[in-house]
Each structure stands twice: as structure tokens, then as C-alpha cells.
Design a protein around this ligand. Structure first.
Ligand SMILES: [Zn+2]
Length: 238
């Protein structure tokens, strides 16, 4: 579903009124999601088999004849595990993609009649799903940074210590890139923070002409597209 959503700059499209007509009830929303997820017919998200049938299971209305697993249109998607009605997801997606700077969880909370916590969760899931969609690189400007995750070397048991020095040694490095306009983010584990590694990470997620903002880490100083230096990254949503 995310893949067919119109881009932010694309201002044509259906109106909120048309959307309400298209999705009068939960059944219409489910059928729309199914047509998006399974354009060539329903198949099992676990084994791929097309031999499936309806089942009398409340949350997972279909069953695979081959691997015998129960599933729904949400299984294996960003909506998995969510109790939010599909119709509310439709409206959340609409509000997010039609809002130039992305919709706030407060607005979603008010417009959809869900708690703000639920609204935050929905936006998080959607943005995560879009960030994974590499087919649509960020237009920028983008902000890039890196985070070290994992335990401190000095807290490890002697036999697990890497004895390689200080700082990030022995931790997992996660590089992150965030599009300022859309607030979409992408993150991935990187082997190191060399110019080459971080440069290719940025290239994989942002358009070649996207303006890149970074912190003052030395690793970035040679990034070919570096345009500016940020001393701090401010996220207005926090
Ligand atoms: Zn199966």
C-alpha cells in the first residue's frame, strides 16, 4: 500500500470527501488493502502458497492449505499486530501523505478518535515502512548521524572483551538519515564510520542532489555532498 501512495509533492489526488465515500466501512477498507497487498490474488504471507481459504478465526480470517498458518491482510506488513481498524489506517495514510510536513500524532489523535499513544504508534509504523522503501529516495535536505548501540566494553566479562581500544569498539554502529521535509527516516547497521561507508549509506537513501546536513563528526568531513554543519539536530516532534 505504501508503494502506491502519492508523493508529497504530488498535489493531485482524491479529496477527503472522495476518500470518505470510497471507505464507508471496515469491509471496504479491508478489500482495498487486500487489493493492494495481493494484486494477483490472495497468497500465504508465510510460504507464498496461493492455496488459501477463509477460516473462522477472528483476527486471522484466512488459512493456508499448505503450511496451515492463519493470516490476515495485515500479516507481514507494517499494520501487523495492530488492533486499529483498517479504515482508520486508510485515513492516517491519507493525512500523512497529503500533509507536506507529515501529520502530527496530536492531529491524528483528534481526527481519528484514537489515543495519542496509538496515533504515535501508527505514524511510527508508517514512517518505518516508508523508510524501508528504497525505491523512493529522500529529496532532502537530509540529516545524517550515527549512534553506537550495545554494552560498554568495560562492563563485559573478561573473555568477551575485544581489547581493541576505546570508544565505539565492540558496539554496533547504526547510521541514520532523516528527510527534513517529510520526516521519513532510514537507519541501518554499518560496519564502520569511514567516509566510504557513510557516503554510500547516504547515497543509498537520498537523491544525488539532496543537501546533506551532518554533525561535526570527522568521518563526514570528506562527504562529497556536505553542504553545512549542524552543531545539534533538533527534532520538533520530540
Ligand atoms: Zn502457507
Amino acid at each position: 500500500m505504501a508503494r502506491s501512495a502519492p508523493g508529497k509533492a504530488h498535489r493531485e489526488g482524491i479529496t477527503l470527501m472522495q476518500l470518505a465515500d470510497m471507505f464507508p466501512d471496515e469491509k471496504a477498507a479491508r478489500e482495498w488493502f487486500e487489493s493492494q497487498i495481493w494484486p494477483e490474488g490472495r497468497h500465504c504471507p508465510r510460504c507464498g502458497s496461493k492455496r488459501t481459504h477463509e477460516a473462522s478465526h477472528a483476527k486471522s480470517p484466512y488459512r493456508c492449505t499448505d503450511c496451515r498458518s492463519y493470516f490476515s491482510v495485515k500479516t507481514g506488513t507494517a499494520l501487523e499486530g495492530s488492533k486499529v481498524p483498517l479504515r482508520k489506517w486508510v485515513f492516517a495514510i491519507y493525512l500523512e501523505v497529503t500533509s507536506l510536513k507529515g501529520v502530527s500524532s496530536m492531529k491524528l489523535h483528534r481526527d481519528l478518535g484514537v489515543t495519542q499513544k496509538t496515533a504515535w504508534f501508527m505514524l511510527h509504523r508508517l514512517r518505518e515502512a516508508w523508510a524501508e522503501d528504497k525505491a523512493e529516495p529522500f529529496d532532502g535536505p537530509v540529516e545524517v548521524d550515527e549512534t553506537y548501540m550495545g554494552g560498554l566494553e568495560r562492563n563485559k566479562h573478561a573473555r568477551d572483551k575485544l581489547r581493541l581500544g576505546r570508544g565505539g569498539i565492540g558496539k554496533t554502529i547504526v547510521a541514520g538519515v532523516r528527510d527534513r521535509a517529510t520526516k521519513r527516516v532510514a537507519a541501518e547497521v554499518v560496519p564502520d564510520t569511514t567516509r566510504l561507508t557513510l557516503g554510500s549509506f547516504v547515497s543509498a537513501h537520498a537523491m544525488p542532489d539532496a543537501m546533506v546536513y551532518t554533525d561535526e563528526s570527522a568521518s563526514y568531513s570528506g562527504l562529497p555532498r556536505r553542504e553545512s554543519v549542524l552543531t545539534s539536530t533538533v527534532d520538533s516532534r520530540k
